[in-house]
Design a binder for this molecule. Structure first.
Ligand SMILES: O=C1C[C@@](O)(C(=O)O)C[C@@H](O)[C@@H]1O
Length: 235
C-alpha cells in the first residue's frame, strides 16, 4: 500500500469517512480512542482503506495491556483493513513485558499472511534525538515492519531539520519510512518530509479531534503535500 505517499485521515469515528474521501487516501482508525471499535469496524462500508492503530498507553495512547492485540487480530481479518500499526518497542522485544514481543511478532506474521501491511512505529513525546539516532531508529523500524514510522517532538527548528535529514538518509539507504515531528516548531515537517521520501501523513478530519500535537487540518495537509510534489500540473 505504501509505494506512494498515503495521506491518512485519523479518526476514532468511522462515520467521518465520507467527509475524508475528498482529501484522504486512507483512514487511520484509532481503536484506542474509539467507542465500540469492533462494532464500528464490522459495520464499516466506506471507500477508503483502513490503517488500524491500537496505541499502547506506554506509547502515548489509551490501550492498556496485552488485550489490545485481540482487537488488532480481529481487524486483520477485515477486508477493509490494509495496514496495522504496531509499536517498534514491542516488535523488537525492548519493552520490559516480554509478552509484548511474542504478541507483536505473532500479529505481524498473521498480518503478512492476510496481506495486511505492518507499520512499525516509534513515538517520542518529549524531544527529537540527534540525527544519527533518528536514522538508526528508522532503519530498525523499517526492518521490523513494511514501513518504519517515527514521530518525535520538535522543540526547536533544528529538530525539524534533523527529521528531514534523517528521512532523506533513511530513504536513500533503501528504507521505507514515514516521518513527522509533533509540536509547533516541527509542524512544517508534515508537509516537507514527503518530498524526502516519507510515505504516510496523518491529519484529523475534524481539527478539534487531532490525534497528535501540531497536525494540520486534512484539506490543508493535502494541499501542502500536493503543492510540493515535483509533478504538479502547474509547474
Ligand atoms: O503515529 C501516528 C502519527 C501521529 O502521532 C502524528 O504525529 O500525526 C498521529 C497518530 O494518530 C498516528 O498513529
Amino acid at each position: 500500500m505504501f509505494e506512494e505517499f498515503v495521506l491518512a485521515a485519523s479518526t476514532a469515528d468511522l462515520s467521518e469517512e465520507p467527509r475524508a474521501r475528498e482529501h484522504a487516501d486512507a483512514v487511520e482508525f484509532r481503536l484506542d480512542l474509539a467507542r465500540d471499535p469492533l462494532d464500528q469496524l464490522a459495520s464499516y462500508d466506506g471507500d477508503l482503506p483502513l490503517i488500524v492503530t491500537n496505541r499502547a498507553s506506554w506509547e502515548g495512547g489509551e490501550a492498556d495491556g496485552i488485550g489490545r492485540y485481540d482487537a488488532l487480530s480481529t481487524a486483520i481479518g477485515d477486508d477493509a483493513v490494509a495496514a496495522i500499526d504496531v509499536e517498534l518497542a514491542a516488535l523488537r522485544g525492548t519493552h520490559p513485558d516480554s509478552a509484548e514481543e511474542s504478541h507483536a511478532t505473532a500479529l505481524r506474521d498473521a498480518a503478512r499472511e492476510a496481506g495486511v501491511d505492518v507499520i512499525a512505529s516509534v513515538h517520542d513525546f518529549e524531544s527529537t534525538p540527534e540525527l544519527a539516532a533518528l536514522v538508526e531508529l528508522l532503519a530498525d523500524a523499517a526492518g521490523e515492519g513494511d514501513v518504519g514510522k517515527l514521530a518525535t517532538t520538535a522543540t526547536a527548528p533544528a529538530d525539524a531539520l534533523a527529521m528531514i535529514e534523517a528521512t532523506h538518509e533513511a530513504t536513500a539507504a533503501g528504507h521505507r519510512v514515514a516521518t513527522m515531528c509533533m509540536g509547533e516548531p516541527g509542524r512544517h515537517t508534515r508537509a516537507v518530509t514527503p518530498v524526502y521520501g516519507s510515505k504516510i501523513g496523518y491529519a484529523p478530519v475534524d481539527p478539534a479531534n487531532a490525534t497528535a500535537p501540531g497536525q494540520y487540518p486534512l484539506a490543508t495537509l493535502r494541499e501542502l503535500v500536493d503543492g510540493l510534489q515535483d509533478d504538479r500540473s502547474d509547474a
